[in-house]
Design a protein around this ligand. Structure first.
Ligand code: C2O
Ligand code: CU
Ligand code: CU
Length: 503
């Protein structure tokens, strides 16, 4: 008992040191105006704007929208046969001038900061040669892709410097906006932070037949949002403070596709955005500067059944959302900004050109009703701890230990809960985005309530608020060894990860 009190006092002290950062409000506050999520997702203390004060971001004080938004190129398919796709990806060192006159040392794929877009079609046989030209081991994981464990690029698939890894797989899932990034044990945070990340887009017949904006880079625009901290020399330092270890690394500058405060010209019409939160830890609360409503049409693993109208969107690390914004009522030259909790970080400039569908299709794709009776079992995952002690089911990652054994083709319910601060109160602590490899989930409920409409689609990363319990259902159709973990990369690197084997 005494021990418990001392522990509680210690934790309280740490909380006080970390200051307002760790202050939480349980489920009050934001819920009412947050159609995006079921719970008080921002309550991890990420924003500290309970009293309306805005976080101290540098975007406002840096360049005034002078850079045009870089559009990541689509990687060339080296195999002319339809139905077959071959790509080469080279992880290498590079340099980018984010701040004028101060080139930043980066990691990148194929010479593009971040990396090119790998774009394939359902049914394709894909082969990717991944060369490692950085001077340390790395891996490339296809986040959201349903492939066997040995092709998945997790921590066991290390690519030594100077060598090539050649995964081959068939695309067996529906159209979706996925992504790829390194996954080396304890190094994922740093590798992603330095610039290793790219989009992986799947098209299928349904997505191609729908009347959606589909001109890549014109009215179908990828937005990879990341926050960075540039030091005086313009470098990305990955030198974790205690605060970074606890909350995950959060920078003071938001970048989109590797540009600070960029602008992009959009036609006068409906424009689709493929949003990826490629940040190490930050949870965004996206909004347009004029509070205009938009539609969410897709989640992590594909299109929704129908568009969901909303005025803000919460996206945690690794989550994706496809949105449609209607610019048809704008005058030529009119602008609107994209903001995160009041910080504007990019600008849309509407041109005079009219383009795209007249209306957003009211029906997108079929999503099966999740059927609990299909589940062979319920498996529990409890996220808890803080700082370097973050864990799942009380355990930290061990490459030599398989935590969960699954049967191939089984459907399971995963009950994912966030214990928050445990003895200090469940509703205190921070939100963790739980991610699993190897499958896509449908959310059954959040604290026994049905998920919000914009989460009624395929998900591979699920944000779980302190004290919250989420149940999700999935079928495991790929064999091999896979990871589940918190996608705050500093938590993952600290060991908030486990392994499951499907056989
Ligand atoms: Cu985005 Cu385990 O990965
Ligand atoms: Cu993943
Ligand atoms: Cu976490």
């Amino acid at each position: 008992m005494v021990k418990k009190i001392v522990m509680a006092a210690l934790i309280l002290l740490i909380l006080l040191i970390v200051g307002g950062w760790f202050f939480m409000r349980g489920f009050g506050g934001m819920n009412g105006n947050m159609p995006g999520q079921g719970g008080g997702m921002m309550d991890g203390g990420m924003m500290g704007n309970d009293n309306g004060e805005v976080e101290d971001m540098k975007n406002d004080s840096l360049a005034d929208g002078g850079t045009s938004l870089p559009i990541p190129p689509i990687l060339k398919d080296e195999n002319p046969d339809p139905g077959k796709a071959e790509f080469t990806l080279v992880a290498q060192k590079g340099s980018m001038e984010f701040l004028e006159g101060k080139p930043t040392d980066t990691f990148e794929y194929n010479g593009d900061y971040l990396g090119p877009v790998i774009r394939v079609k359902t049914g394709d046989d894909v082969s990717i040669k991944v060369k490692n030209e950085i001077d340390e081991a790395t891996t490339v994981h296809w986040h959201g892709l349903e492939v066997d464990g040995d092709q998945d690029g997790g921590p066991h698939s290390g690519i030594q410097p100077g060598t090539t890894w050649n995964p081959q797989f068939k695309i067996e899932q529906n159209a979706a906006t996925l992504w790829y990034h390194p996954h080396l044990l304890h190094e994922t945070g740093e590798h992603v932070y330095k610039g290793l990340a790219g989009l992986f887009i799947i098209d299928d017949e349904d997505s191609e037949n729908l009347d959606l904006p589909n001109e890549y880079g014109v009215n179908d625009i990828p937005l990879i949002v990341q926050d960075k901290q540039l030091d005086e020399d313009g470098q990305f330092t990955y030198d974790l403070s205690m605060h970074d270890v606890m909350m995950g690394l959060q920078g003071d500058t938001i970048m989109v596709n590797g540009a600070i405060n960029p602008y992009v010209e959009v036609p006068k019409g409906k424009v689709r955005f493929r949003l990826l939160n490629g940040s190490n830890a930050r949870i965004y609360q996206f909004q347009l500067s004029n509070n205009q409503k938009f539609y969410q049409i897709g989640t992590d693993g594909g299109l929704l059944e129908k568009p969901v109208e909303m005025d803000q969107l919460i996206l945690s690390s690794a989550e994706r959302a496809e949105l449609i914004v209607d610019f048809s009522e704008y005058e030529e030259g009119e602008t609107v900004e994209l903001t995160d909790k009041g910080t504007s970080f990019m600008k849309f400039i509407v041109t005079g050109e009219e383009k795209g569908p007249n209306k957003v299709p009211s029906k997108l794709v079929d999503i099966p009703d999740p059927d609990e009776t299909m589940a062979a079992r319920t498996r529990k995952f409890v996220m808890s701890g803080m700082g370097r002690n973050v864990s799942i089911n009380g355990k930290q990652m061990d490459m030599d230990r398989i935590d969960e054994q699954l049967k191939l083709h089984d459907t399971e319910i995963w009950e994912i809960s966030n214990e928050g601060m445990g003895m200090m109160g469940n509703n205190m602590g921070m939100a963790h985005p739980f991610h699993s490899h190897g499958t896509q989930f449908l959310i059954l409920d959040r604290d026994e309530n049905p998920p919000p409409p914009n989460e009624r689609g395929w998900k591979d990363t699920i944000l779980v608020a302190p004290g919250e319990k989420v149940r999700a259902i999935a079928t495991f159709d790929h064999k091999g060894l896979f990871m589940y973990h918190c996608h705050i990369l500093e938590h993952e690197d600290a060991g908030m990860m486990g392994q499951f084997n499907v056989e």
